[in-house]
Design a binder for this molecule. Structure first.
Ligand SMILES: [Ca+2]
Length: 337
């Protein structure tokens, strides 16, 4: 490879990787894994288990730091920290803490696996993860999925879904999305906008294949401009068009994609609001979003939540959860707005 193309290769790679993060969980300063390992060991050994210490330590460390604590713990206690935590904790707190012991990609891969294993499929989880993650995140998930479960994510997704819904998810898992380009291609924006219109609102039925290829292969900044341009062809915006043209899981998937292209953090804020609209909470969704986004963009999700729902995410979690589970989530939320 010539020097120039190698340099260009690195440049594109970097462009694609620059997704600014807005974590609520950040590295703790003056980190001492040995000391933390001792605190966890004592907390687990305490009669009745000292959950507060486990929460204080593990929700205030990053994944990388938690790995170091686990290593220090294992050296000292001569046993696996995750197994020990599993034995000591229960219920929703256990789910949160064990989730934190996985990297974001491992967590996503495990959630996908859990959503397709056994009879039936948890389409909601599957759609949320596959339609909201960036191309780079999906590549990581695929790699980790293979390492953890010795199976191809593509094959598992294809084996568990069907029809156009399966085709869309597979197209996403194939990670063919373009990287953002520095030059805006107005002609292509116009062509794609017109193609989306002609494949949907303009014709009888829907050419789903065309929608899938545009939405799974174009870069996010390009698509944002396409949806804007789309309004000059169609009387309905892209989301309205999706609602008119397709139904069921396919509709939900396309909507999730478009909402994430437009404002991913608002999408998660709205999902959190939905998960806490009745008296209690949809704990599965709540846990999944907080655990999977706390080192990615939870801080920005908090801002969108407050801006669109009037109340802060912190207050809302405080009202809809209780006990140690609540303490863990609030600590991960890391601040009121
Ligand atoms: Ca149509």
């Amino acid at each position: 490879m010539s020097l120039v193309s190698e340099f260009l290769g690195q440049l594109t790679l970097q462009l694609g990787d620059v997704e600014t993060t807005y974590p609520t969980v950040v590295p703790t300063p003056n980190f001492d894994p040995d000391k933390d390992g001792v605190r966890i060991e004592t907390a687990i050994k305490t009669k009745g288990v000292d959950e507060q210490t486990i929460i204080d330590v593990l929700t205030k460390r990053t994944y990388a730091q938690r790995r170091e604590i686990a290593f220090a713990y294992e050296k000292r206690a001569k046993k696996d920290m995750i197994t020990a935590l599993k034995g000591a904790l229960s219920g929703n707190l256990e789910t949160v803490i064990l989730g934190l012991m996985k990297s974001t990609a491992q967590y996503d891969a495990s959630e996908i696996k859990a959503s397709i294993k056994g009879l039936g499929t948890d389409e909601e989880s599957l759609i949320e993860i596959l339609c909201s993650r960036s191309n780079a995140e999906l590549m990581d998930i695929k790699k980790v999925y293979k390492e953890l479960f010795k199976k191809d994510l593509e094959k598992d997704v294809a084996g568990d879904t069907s029809g156009d819904f399966a085709k869309l998810l597979l197209a996403l898992v194939q990670t063919k999305r373009d990287e953002p380009e520095s030059v805006i291609d107005y002609q292509k924006i116009d062509e794609d906008a017109r193609a989306l219109y002609e494949a949907g609102v303009k014709r009888k039925g829907t050419d789903v294949k065309c929608w899938i290829s545009i939405m799974s292969e174009r870069s996010v900044p390009h698509l944002q401009k396409v949806f804007d341009r789309y309004k000059s062809y169609s009387p309905y915006d892209m989301q309205e068009s999706i609602r008119k043209e397709v139904k069921g899981d396919l509709e939900k998937s396309f909507l999730t994609l478009v909402q994430c292209f437009e404002n991913k953090q608002l999408y998660f804020a709205n999902k959190l609001q939905d998960a806490m609209k009745s008296k209690g909470a949809n704990e599965k969704v709540l846990t999944r979003i907080i655990v999977s986004r706390c080192e990615v963009d939870l801080k920005k999700i908090r801002q969108e939540f407050k801006a669109h729902h009037g109340k802060s995410l912190y207050q809302t979690i405080a009202e809809h959860t209780k006990g140690d589970y609540q303490k863990a989530l609030l600590s991960l939320c890391a601040g009121d707005d």
